[in-house]
Design a protein around this ligand. Structure first.
Ligand SMILES: *Cc1c(COP(=O)(O)O)cnc(C)c1O
Length: 393
């Protein structure tokens, strides 16, 4: 199977697994054990991982908190700020195209008596900086804006957003799960106060993630979600997942070292696939073109259902569709709907996310699989025939 669904999850890099292995086998010490070498060795490994991650985003090692993944990090950031800054205000600003981890946690804020403003985005998926500025009120305690979107690859102007939040004295949290190791991140120059990330989106292991929490100017306070032994500066108790942490640190260090090489390689592969799709398949349109990550294509094919198209791939090609299955039905993607697409357009979209192991051959093969699928569905479609004969616009 050709795996073009790297925004859903990435494979574990073999060199990262090698670095984890000793901590899954013989080095099983608890880093909190201060009285023997088994503990010290584990603690040393955690210190190194913290340094690797901190240096990747221009932070201090003590500002990195380990969690079970980005969903937990997002929950800790938003709920933690809401609980700790309650007396200052209860207003949170976020964006309609955020990941469900953020939107659902913001629903929790509303249920707890807080107020949430959901900003719109333009056709390219970007937040309007002036609209953000206008939305900030005296009781605003947090702005939550993702760095890069998982569905469209759209990258926000975090430097401009950071400037506005800092001058307004409002904390800025960014879900950077899709951005870390894909695009350069500097929490100082972008004035980020809290930043979430995850191991399995960066060729690291699943079940590990982290949160950058600024320690000075300003010092961010977070109410913990999990109480216990006071690990991670009291913000996240529980024995540390040492193999996961070692893997996360190694994956982030490796990913950042490859950023420039991989961005240009993936951009060339993406452009090649995109060129063929756009030039050799009729009525196909890119959903985002500007400000996007180099490995993501979100594209739609007129009068073709994305879910049906994926079925034609017969397990030879893995991509994601512009629809999301909920318990009751298939809903159009909230991200595409917020980016001014119609329901039909969202349902006719697919997301292609290339990755570290994508080859030129796979690009060619995937193009043919997609082309054949679109042709097959259109040849069977009465609507397409009506459209082609001019009976539809
Ligand atoms: C995958 C993802 C998450 C959730 O991460 P987990 O580590 O799987 O909990 C959150 N936000 C974005 C943007 C993601 O892509």
């Amino acid at each position: 199977m050709i795996y073009f669904d790297n925004n859903a999850t990435t494979p574990l890099d073999a060199t990262v697994l090698d670095k984890m292995m000793p901590y899954l086998r013989e080095q099983y010490g608890n880093p909190a054990s201060r009285s023997h070498a088994m503990g010290w060795v584990a603690d040393e490994a955690v210190i190194i991982a913290r340094e690797q991650i901190a240096s990747a985003i221009n932070a201090e090692p003590k500002e990195i908190i380990f969690t079970s993944g980005a969903t937990e990090s997002v929950n800790l950031a938003i709920k933690g700020v809401f609980e700790a800054y309650n007396s200052k205000g209860q207003h949170v600003i976020t964006v309609k195209t955020e990941h469900k981890a953020v939107l659902d946690t913001c629903d929790w804020v509303s249920r707890r008596g807080g107020e949430v403003t959901l900003l719109d985005v333009d056709k390219e998926g970007r937040v309007d900086i002036e609209a953000l500025e206008e939305a900030i009120r005296p009781d605003t305690i947090l702005v939550s804006i993702m760095w890069a979107n998982n569905e469209t690859g759209c990258i926000q102007d975090m430097a401009a957003i950071g400037q506005i939040c800092r001058s307004a004295g409002v904390l800025l949290f960014s879900d950077a799960t899709q951005a870390l190791t894909k695009t350069p991140i500097d929490v100082q120059s972008s004035r980020i106060d809290i930043l979430a990330f995850s191991g399995h989106k960066v060729y690291g292991p699943k079940g590990i993630g982290g949160l950058y929490v600024r320690s000075k100017s300003p010092r961010v306070r977070l109410m913990p979600l999990i109480d216990g032994g006071g690990h991670e500066r009291g913000m996240r108790s529980g024995t540390l997942n040492v193999p996961g942490i070692v893997g996360l640190g190694a994956a982030v260090e490796l990913g950042v070292s490859l950023i420039h090489k991989e961005s240009s390689r993936l951009e060339a592969l993406r452009d090649r696939l995109e060129f063929r799709l756009l030039h050799e398949i009729e009525d196909c349109v890119l959903n985002t073109t500007a400000h996007r990550m180099p490995h993501v294509i979100n594209i739609r094919f007129l009068h073709v259902d994305g879910e049906a198209l994926m079925l034609t791939f017969n397990q030879k090609l893995a991509v994601a569709s512009g629809s999301a299955c909920t318990s009751a039905s298939i809903e159009p993607s909230h991200v595409l709907m917020a980016s001014s697409l119609t329901e039909d357009e969202a349902h006719s979209s697919i997301r292609i996310s290339l990755g570290r192991y994508t080859s030129e051959n796979e690009i060619e093969e995937a193009f043919h699989i997609i082309q054949q699928g679109v042709q097959k569905l259109r040849s069977e479609s009465p609507i397409w025939k009506m459209y082609k004969s001019g009976q539809l616009t």
